[in-house]
Design a protein around this ligand. Structure first.
Ligand code: ACO
Length: 332
């Protein structure tokens, strides 16, 4: 029987910091409001000539190096992004594969917003367990600053840029295996969070030169309530189905959208503070990159140890949601 093991993690955060104080000179907001309502203090912003694929490559190089595998052993790349280098084509995954010097392998993107990393984890698991691939590089990469409206205080305070990557490999050792991944979606809530312009369904007028934006729009307060409900329900289910007590989770790694959402879910699950991984303060919401960036944070702090169990939990535009029970199983 083939299983899928989570071998390594890597991440990259662009150098430029956009603080709450910086934002308060751009829109009618304040450090106090943003901190109290979201827990975010600052976020990273990619340089003009730094694309989503460049962020992804930097995270991927670290993940490959830490996996102990040779680069050429990677046989598939899947990238989760809602801010690809180019809308429609080519995919960011194909650009990343070429920048990594990995041509002639399977590479594609998926769009599941902030749940993207859990979705690509499920894809890697399925390809590996079916025997179709052996070593899958999964990458969540976002240059959200390219689709953020910096005149809208309801959204621009939340989002930042970054990337995280992981290598998922085949193993015959069940103890190393990813235990379970849940994914779900409900398009009935699509209008809560969307980029309404730029697609075939948009009201966008391509003949109007001023009507060119492809920015995110969000009904923040409604999204907040659905987020708390959905995130809690999904983790309760995955723990119950796998007969795992929340006390035995070493690291709860939720999507880093808002501290208040994370706190509400953590409290509902009766998690201790030391179980909950938080990076929202320094990176804000980096959508598909947020969970792997948070895993990388505990890895680099030395608090993520071989064999420890992570519970991932995500929620995002679509609406989409997902959770996963993942032991950290490095080769070395
Ligand atoms: N600064 C100051 N005041 C503000 C700001 C701001 N940046 N933004 C909104 N306000 C005001 C509003 O205008 C409103 O004023 P009013 O009472 O006079 O009308 C007041 O603050 C309250 O606004 P709410 O929208 O109700 O504030 P809320 O507490 O809900 O916080 C926030 C807003 C932070 C956006 C929150 O709703 C949130 O985090 N939502 C969920 C985001 C999320 O999880 N998204 C999903 C994932 S993202 C993805 O998939 C890409």
């Amino acid at each position: 029987m083939l299983y899928a093991a989570f071998r390594s993690i890597g991440a990259y955060a662009p150098k430029k910091i956009l603080s709450n104080e910086d934002l308060s000179t751009m829109v009618d907001t304040s450090d106090e409001w943003i901190t109290k309502r979201t827990g975010i203090k600052e976020r990273r912003i990619a340089a003009d000539n730094e694309y989503t694929s460049d962020l992804g490559v930097k995270a991927a190089e670290l993940a490959i190096e830490r996996s102990g595998l040779k680069k050429q052993e990677i046989d598939m790349i899947v990238c989760a992004t809602i801010s690809p280098d180019y809308f429609c084509m080519p995919s960011t995954a194909t650009i990343i594969s070429t920048k990594l010097g990995l041509n002639n392998i399977t590479a594609f993107d998926i769009s599941a917003a902030c749940t993207g990393f859990v979705y690509i984890l499920s894809i890697a698991k399925a390809f590996i367990e079916s025997g179709m691939k052996k070593n899958v590089l999964i990458i969540g990469a976002e240059k959200l600053s390219s689709i953020t409206d910096y005149s809208d205080r309801g959204t621009c305070i939340l989002f930042g840029d970054g990337a995280g990557a992981a290598v998922i490999s085949a193993t015959d050792n069940k103890d190393e295996a990813i235990i379970d991944v849940h994914t779900g979606a409900d398009g009935a809530y699509a209008d809560l969070l969307m980029t309404p312009n730029g697609g075939s369904g948009s009201a966008h007028d391509s003949l109007n030169p001023e009507d060119t934006s492809c920015f995110m729009e969000m009904k923040g307060n409604e999204t907040f309530k659905v987020a708390v409900r959905t995130l809690t329900k999904d983790v309760v289910e995955i723990l119950k189905e796998n007969n795992i007590d929340s006390k035995s989770i070493n690291h709860f790694v939720p999507h880093q959208a808002n501290y208040r959402i994370i706190k509400a879910v953590g409290d509902a699950l009766k998690l201790r503070e030391d179980q909950v991984v938080l990076t929202v303060e320094k990176y804000g919401n980096t959508s598909g990159a947020s969970i792997p960036m948070a895993i990388n944070d505990i890895y680099e702090k030395g608090t993520l140890k071989k064999g420890e169990l992570m519970l991932l939990d995500a929620f995002g535009g679509g609406l989409t949601w997902g959770s996963a029970l993942v032991p950290f199983s490095p080769l070395k």
